[in-house]
Design a protein around this ligand. Structure first.
Ligand code: GLU
Length: 507
């Protein structure tokens, strides 16, 4: 690579919440920028007023804040190439529209939506291009004076690019290689609409990439069909030698692998497709987010990084620094990546285990407070240490550990049926007497003597241990019973056992 400064951009349209695929696009831009010590720009592409959704822009900004993806320039940050919101750059685009018109690379078209519709229904596969533009109402077919008159009296018009047919267009894609197409297949896309004095996506995107000195356009595969037009626009605007390189990322596919991942897949299979929870301002419908579902941002990013890219080996857990260091387009795949949300949970599990017990405790204490549990921090930390391996999310801890904080009031029916025998009550009461005599109640000190005692008594080890567990936990789950005893302490252990005997022998 030359010594030119690398500059990339993430350019979302604020048409709703940011899709998880968009997050991956932003991540790859971020990794590439960081790797080459370049700049990442956040540009908001809001020229399509019909699709604008209020709240979407702040949602996008908040999402990246949560994820820890920092931009160097852009909306909410500023920078030397601002404004970064396209709706605030109207005047800038007009100049280039005029330039294309002057050079004969674009023309003005007055066709009404009805007229276009009529054409579409009368001509199969109608396309506004070199073969049809002479039959339409535009500045190529209408005399200049009449055109000026129409514009003067406020007749709405659009500016269309005048695609020269028969030209070879090459898109050099860093992931897909060389893609060559003939310009004859392209249509004369609308570049500008007089109705709102705004350019369309294609023109604004090109002009901004040029003015913002973007060196690499890294974006989703859905934009690949637009790339030839973009290459042509660079040519028509005489910017060919500053044209950025393109990299079109593979699609994120449904978990089953057929078709593009959609919000509906998330609803159907119960996983979020948005980084943060989102409430649609029109319908009021709320969609779940990774943040609210209890994911760690680092886990989400690690998971996404590997959906369409690999580090060249089997390593799956990668720190942000490792991702930055290893990222390259050579290891990006051309084919779509199946969105395996179970794997997403697995990543969160791994990141949870990497956190210190204290960190998890700090996240768990507010959940305990909600349950009206006030316990010593030290005790909670011990519970966390013992139980974190069993969960993928902090919020799932409660379900696993509640018995450390509240004594059971009911006992698992199935376990009673299977394990509670006529002699169980008597055996457990004898056990409590034995426990009362133990001085050291730590797990390592109680295991041996208790096992010996059971053996000496001639009781079944499984029989006593299972009913004992039932008494302490309420179910046949949980960690090593001696660990549970140590955590609960002697008094609580005996109390729970006696209570269980009372309840279970009377039923
Ligand atoms: N505004 C486009 C989008 O929403 C940007 C595509 C591109 O990066 O060129 O995806």
């Amino acid at each position: 690579m030359s010594d030119q400064r690398i500059r990339v951009r993430f350019a979302p349209s604020p048409t709703g919440p940011l899709h998880i695929g968009g997050v991956r696009t932003a991540l790859y831009n971020y990794l590439f920028a960081k790797k080459h010590k370049g700049d990442l720009i956040l540009r908001i592409e809001d020229t399509d007023s019909h699709r604008f959704v209020s709240g979407a822009e702040s949602y996008i900004i908040e999402s990246f804040k949560w994820l820890g993806i920092q931009f160097d320039e852009g909306v909410g940050i500023g920078g030397p190439h601002g404004p970064y919101r396209q709706s605030e750059r109207k005047e800038i685009y007009k100049k280039y529209v005029d330039y294309l018109l002057e050079k004969g690379r674009a023309y003005i078209a007055f066709d009404t939506p009805e007229e276009l519709e009529n054409k579409r229904s009368s001509i199969a596969n109608f396309q506004y291009d070199a073969s049809t533009r002479s039959q339409m109402r535009n500045s190529l077919t209408i005399p200049k004076e009449e055109c000026d008159k129409l514009i003067g009296n406020g007749t709405p018009y659009v500016v269309r690019v005048k695609i020269e047919p028969g030209e070879e267009i090459t898109v050099n894609d860093l992931i897909r290689g060389k893609v060559v197409i003939n310009s004859s297949v392209l249509d004369d896309k609308v570049l500008y609409k007089s109705a709102d004095s705004l350019p369309t996506y294609h023109l604004a995107n090109i002009v901004d990439d040029h003015l913002m000195e973007i060196t690499h356009v890294i974006r989703g595969e859905e934009w690949l069909p637009s790339a030839p037009l973009h290459v042509l626009l660079y040519r028509y605007l005489d910017w060919e030698n500053t044209m950025p390189s393109f990299a079109h990322l593979p699609l994120l596919l449904k978990p089953e692998g057929n078709g593009k991942l959609s919000k509906r897949d998330g609803d159907r299979l119960g996983f979020p497709v948005f980084p943060l929870e989102w409430t649609d301002p029109k319908s009021g419908e709320t969609s779940s987010g990774y943040r609210e579902s209890g994911y760690f941002p680092e886990a989400v990013l690690n998971f996404l990084a590997l959906l369409g890219w690999n580090p060249g080996n089997n390593q799956e857990i990668l720190t942000m620094n490792e991702l930055i260091e290893l990222f390259s387009f050579e290891h990006c795949s051309k084919s779509g990546a199946k969105f395996d949300f179970e794997k997403g949970k697995w990543f969160n599990h791994q990141y949870l285990q990497k956190k210190t017990n204290e960190e998890i405790t700090d996240l768990f204490i507010p959940i305990l407070k909600e349950k009206n549990i006030s316990a010593e921090k030290e005790y909670v930390t011990k519970v966390v240490a013992l139980m974190k391996e069993r969960v993928s999310f902090v919020k799932d801890l409660w379900e696993q550990v509640s018995f450390f904080f509240i004594a059971p009031t009911t006992y698992d029916e199935k376990a009673i049926k299977k394990r509670w025998k006529a002699e169980s009550g008597k055996q457990l009461l004898e056990l409590t007497e034995f426990l009362a005599g133990l001085n050291d109640f730590s797990a390592s000190a109680t295991e041996e003597p208790i096992k010996k005692w059971i053996d000496k008594k001639g009781y079944s080890l499984g029989g006593v241990m299972n009913t004992f567990r039932l008494a302490l936990v309420g179910e046949l789950k949980g960690p090593h019973i001696f660990e549970i005893m140590e955590m609960l302490g002697k008094d609580e252990t005996i109390e729970r056992t006696e209570k269980a005997v009372k309840i279970l022998t009377s039923c």
